[in-house]
Design a protein around this ligand. Structure first.
Ligand SMILES: C[S@@+](CC[C@H](N)C(=O)[O-])C[C@H]1O[C@@H](n2cnc3c(N)ncnc32)[C@H](O)[C@@H]1O
Length: 305
């Protein structure tokens, strides 16, 4: 049997060197990776000697991470490596998850937001418009989430659809798209990716991205309550840090960035934290060339006073 790397696709983690540098020194440091994905950041942290609690809401991703990390680190705390423990859960419950296993007073918490390219390219999960025949699902954790993307498109009122699309679009295009969805579902329910692509195809936007990119992102954010989860998780994560501990967040769009910066500035005003990354840390052009998904990534770090 080949190693896991040969058998399974793995997400390319972003800004790894920068994340490690902000958490240093990592020998015996207690770190929570709140978005384990396929375990890239966790593996890098363990290699530097950290003890990592990894949290992940998507059971499929967690299985990939578990196999990968067990392959790489079968015996904890050997050869200078650290250890890991993985928990399936939503990071909006980070305090309950960590406290239950007595994992508080930590040196660092990492959030690498959004979804991985493994989820995005998965042929049957409906995250991306590159699989037109997939059901329009988009749930990160289908076991605990009842509402699919298609349910939102078929069930929300016009004003609710407008608010949903305004997560990523300006008011005009959001209204236009909401009307398009209503018109389309009057003909037949919206079920698969192609049905929604058809609605998006004449969307007028100044963005250079594919016309469907921002509507699909808004839908994914709504299905998974992404902004609400982040808002809830940041104060909880901060409360788990010891004095001098670092909260690191990798954002990919302005909605995430606003929530992170509002929280960081609140802690700064209260003199409870210091921001270490004024303008955010972006990947080098070399990293973006090697991994185009990294292009919109920004790392933000707050240290607890
Ligand atoms: C960008 S990927 C992380 C990739 C990871 N750093 C790696 O190196 O493979 C984001 C991950 O966070 C997970 N996720 C998103 N929202 C979550 C939440 N509220 N709670 C826990 N995990 C979540 C997604 O399922 C996805 O696997």
């Amino acid at each position: 049997m080949g190693s896991l790397r040969n058998r399974e696709k793995i997400h390319n983690p972003v800004l790894v060197r920068e994340v490690l540098d902000f958490f240093a020194p990592l020998k015996n440091a207690r770190i929570i990776d709140a978005t384990v994905g396929t375990g890239g950041h966790t593996l890098a942290l363990i290699k530097e000697g950290a003890e990592v609690l990894g949290i992940e809401a998507d059971g499929q991703m967690l299985e990939v991470a578990a196999r990968r990390l067990e392959d790489a680190c079968p015996t904890p705390n050997q050869n200078g490596w650290g250890s890991f423990k993985l928990v399936k859960g939503n990071f909006r419950n980070i305090d309950i998850i960590a406290t239950e296993i007595r994992y508080s007073d930590v040196d660092g918490v990492l959030f690498d937001l959004g979804v991985s390219n493994i989820q995005l390219t998965s042929p049957n999960r409906g995250f991306s418009f590159s699989n037109p025949q997939a059901e329009l699902d988009m749930r990160i954790d289908p076991g605990s989430q009842g509402v699919r993307a298609s349910d939102l498109l078929n069930g929300l009122r016009t004003d609710q659809l407008v608010s949903l699309f305004e997560l990523t679009l300006k008011s005009g295009p959001a209204k236009w798209l909401a009307k398009g969805v209503i018109k389309s579902r009057e003909q037949k329910p919206i079920k698969i990716v192609e049905d929604f692509l058809e609605v998006c195809k004449d969307l007028r936007t100044r963005s250079k991205l594919n016309k469907a990119t921002l509507p699909f992102l808004a839908l994914r954010m709504a299905v998974n309550s992404e902004l609400a989860n982040l808002k809830e998780a940041l104060p909880e994560a901060f409360s788990l840090l010891k004095k001098g501990g670092r909260l690191s967040v990798i954002t990919f769009h302005s909605g995430e960035k606003k929530i992170v910066l509002d929280f960081f500035h609140e802690k700064k005003r209260e003199e409870k934290g210091k921001i270490l990354t004024d303008g955010g840390i972006s990947p080098t052009s070399k990293e973006v060339d090697e991994n185009p998904r990294a292009r919109s990534a920004e790392l933000w770090v707050l240290v607890k006073s």
